[in-house]
Design a protein around this ligand. Structure first.
Ligand code: KIV
Ligand code: ZN
Length: 517
């Protein structure tokens, strides 16, 4: 716990802080799939959501608490009694529950947001932490905007939280404003001035507005923190949160600099986890993203290629295998059977139990008949469509489109809606417009199309097209994606995927966009 303990806990907040980033919202089955993978990854804590924020968040925290038994499951809460009780209720089935209570402490937030005096904040913390401790032993307290809070007041804040029973104290750089040297000094100040700090775990929570999330988190652990709050692929509001894969691999790759510190993460699950998240939210990482980007292990320059072929150590500071990246990017052909397909799914972090395996296998075989080479990306695209969404209202079934230079674009779409097959035809300015109009007529939805994007998943004229659509309705914004070798079918699937997500949020009154913490 104190600076003499060498284990740095990884507190994963992909499902809470990460999910607050625009378009990254997930539904229940997607959250459960990711939570199971986070457990395989070996994170110490999964922050599963903010139960008071919506019925959807409550249900997700509860479902994850019921199913994921080996990891601490955490629910976020403000200091109000109703918030705490809702978090406790959601965490009730958890084997290892943690309530995470936060309140802002900077004068900026006190004056402009909370309109509270400092002594009122202290009373609120004392009352809230004590309330949660009546029911659970594991309570984390966060001082929101800690890095812009007066340091002596911050010490008093944490002193109060510890005296009331908090066992983790978190020092968030909420607005991504601090720098490594300053964050180091702040941690040292707290270590020197908060009585009882050695009995609790100090935690870093950094946002990446200046691109310093990872550097600041590492500075914090070298100054005594023993928990890093982070997200897979660094997703999160604005510029995101500290990227889990980067802090974990920094500590692992530089044991000479790590001062004996290490995490419990099974690093071979990093790449599968990153790919799983990308396929769920439909947001790929940038190609040059550290550790998990497409080019992170690609050597273009001839001199580098030559060196790597002679000895990988010349230009590679870690191996692709150490993060679970399949070394062979060319995968499976038309002769591959179920066993090989299932193995490849596992390597890509895809749980074959959570998808319609037979349907995915059939689609893989169809694709292998049409394409010479089936890549990992093709397989991910196939299964992304097959993740079992028991709560989906709309299911894509068939599409016929008439278009061309002399024809007026016209689309006939068949969907299964609430279990009933339905069909509609619509015209449009272009074929995609016609397809989307037919889908909105059938689903009786009125969302606005914010963005439409189509990419070839792999190289080659026979590549599958992957369509990503962003739609919004009543302030809720969601992303859907679909893949197919016919881009119009991919478009229809992407749109239907997005509409299902929107429907899920509407039914549970969740705000798919940031929850306004
Ligand atoms: O950034 C932040 O301050 C937070 C807190 C709720 C921990 O996410
Ligand atoms: Zn945050």
């Amino acid at each position: 716990m104190s600076a003499t303990d060498n284990a740095v806990w990884i507190f994963d907040t992909t499902l809470r802080d990460g999910e607050q980033s625009p378009g990254c919202s997930m539904n229940l089955s997607e959250k459960l799939t990711l939570a199971r993978q986070l457990e395989r990854l070996g994170v110490d804590v999964i922050e599963a959501g903010f139960p008071i924020a919506s019925d959807g968040d409550f249900e997700s925290v509860k479902a994850i608490a019921e199913e994921v038994r080996g990891t601490i499951i955490c629910g976020l809460s403000r200091t109000g009694r109703e918030d705490i009780d809702r978090a406790l209720q959601a965490l009730e089935p958890a084997a290892k529950p943690r309530v995470h209570i936060f309140i802002a402490t900077s004068d900026i937030h006190l004056e402009h947001k909370l309109r509270m005096e400092r002594d009122e904040v202290i009373q609120e913390i004392d009352r809230a932490v004590r309330r949660a401790r009546e029911y659970v032993d594991d309570v984390e307290f966060s001082a929101e905007d800690a890095t812009r809070t007066d340091w002596d007041f911050l010490a008093m804040v944490f002193d109060t939280a510890i005296a009331a029973g908090a066992s983790t104290i978190n020092v968030p750089d909420t607005v991504g404003y601090t720098m490594p040297e300053e964050y180091t000094r702040l941690m040292q100040h707290l270590s020197a001035n908060v009585p009882g700090v050695n009995k609790v775990r100090m935690s870093a929570h950094c946002h990446n507005d200046l691109g310093l999330g990872v550097a600041n988190s590492l500075a914090a652990v070298f100054a005594g923190a023993r928990q890093i709050e982070c997200t897979v692929n660094g997703i999160g509001e604005r510029a995101g949160n500290t990227a889990m894969e980067e802090v974990v691999m920094a500590l692992k790759t530089r044991p000479d600099m790590a001062q004996g510190l290490s995490t419990h993460v099974n690093t071979e699950e990093i790449y599968p986890t990153s790919r799983l998240l990308s396929s769920i939210i439909g947001v790929s990482v940038q190609p040059n993203k550290a550790i998990v980007g497409q080019n992170a292990f690609a050597h273009e320059a001839g001199i580098h290629q030559h060196g790597v072929l002679q000895a990988a150590i010349t230009y590679e500071i870690m191996t692709p295998q150490s993060i679970g990246r399949p070394s062979n990017e060319l995968v499976l052909g038309k002769h591959s059977g179920r066993h090989a397909f299932r193995n490849r799914l596992a390597e890509l972090g895809i749980d074959s139990e959570s998808i319609d395996f037979e349907e995915s296998f059939k689609r893989f075989k169809d694709l292998a008949d049409k394409k010479k080479i089936v890549y990992n990306e093709d397989i991910e695209a196939i299964v992304a469509d097959s993740v079992t969404h028991t709560d989906d209202r709309f299911e894509f079934s068939q599409l016929t489109v008439l278009t061309g230079t002399f024809a007026v674009p016209n689309a006939t779409v068949e969907l299964v809606i609430d279990g009933e097959p339905r069909k509609a035809t619509a015209g449009g300015v272009g074929p995609v417009d016609a397809v989307f109009k037919a889908v909105s007529d059938l689903t009786e939805t009125k969302s606005d199309l914010v963005r439409y994007q189509v990419n070839a998943i792999t190289a080659g004229l026979d590549a599958q097209g992957e369509v990503t659509v962003t739609i919004s309705e009543d302030g809720r914004k969601v992303i859907g994606h679909g893949a197919h070798y016919d881009v119009l079918v991919a478009s229809a699937k992407a749109y239907v995927h997005a509409l299902n997500k929107l429907e899920w949020h509407k039914q549970r009154h969740t705000v798919a966009e940031p929850k306004g913490i």
